[in-house]
Design a protein. Structure first.
Length: 225
């Protein structure tokens, strides 16, 4: 497990009229989290491959593309071709999960699988060893600005235990309700990649807000040493 906190600010909460400028405000981010929603798998509709392709032209920060869509197995190549560096698919939407993970990695990208709050981590047992990252949703996906679901902390610990059991070591990413208060909770449990949208882009200074969340998470690591 790495001993630092990686930040993935979500552009879902950024100003879509000036995404380039918004990303420039968080130039020290480790990833840019791109939420793709189809209005079917989740009750919202956002962006697609053209925006991912445009973002790839304006930033060197790795694009962490989160596919909250029903047809990820059919359309994942669109996002890989657009320049996604990490692609996250939902276990709930991919009956052939191992196949899509292989497709992502064969294209040279990192493969991640996400679980909704009501999905147990045990469904990942047979693919954990193939994953670069696991994304646990700490809100029900579809909208930004939701309240953190407290049971996520227990779920992170269960995932860490399962990873130990099968000898896997994917990064653990948390998405939903992450701020200075919740960051230490999830990091202490084993998360190392934090997605934050409104807690970053809805603040007066997104860079300062992002680093405050990172530092709050790092404080939990320091207490563990």
């Amino acid at each position: 497990m790495i001993d630092r906190v990686l930040m993935a600010p979500s552009i879902l909460s950024a100003d879509f009229t000036c995404l380039g400028e918004s990303i420039g405000l968080v130039h020290d981010a480790d990833y840019i989290h791109v939420d793709v929603m189809d209005g079917h798998f989740v009750p919202n509709l956002t962006i697609g491959p053209p925006v991912v392709k445009a973002l790839k032209r304006i930033t060197d920060i790795p694009l962490d593309v989160h596919l909250m869509i029903t047809n990820a197995e059919d359309s994942v190549d669109w996002y890989l071709d657009a320049g996604a560096d990490v692609v996250t698919v939902h276990a709930e939407a991919c009956p052939h999960l191992h196949r899509v993970v292989q497709t992502i990695q064969a294209a040279g990208a990192k493969a991640s699988v996400s679980l909704n709050p009501g999905t147990p981590v045990s469904v990942l047992r047979d693919v954990l060893g193939d994953l670069d990252m696991v994304l646990l949703m700490s809100v029900n996906p579809g909208f930004g600005g939701q309240k953190f679901i407290g049971n996520t902390v227990r779920k992170i610990r269960e995932l860490v235990s399962l990873c130990t059991d099968v000898g896997a070591a994917p990064l653990i990413q948390i998405d939903g309700g992450i701020d200075e208060e919740t960051a230490p909770l999830v990091v202490a449990a084993g998360a190392r990649v934090l997605v934050a949208g409104s807690a970053v882009f809805c603040k007066n200074d997104p860079a300062v807000a992002m680093e405050a969340i990172r530092n709050a998470g790092m404080s939990a690591i320091q207490r563990l040493v």
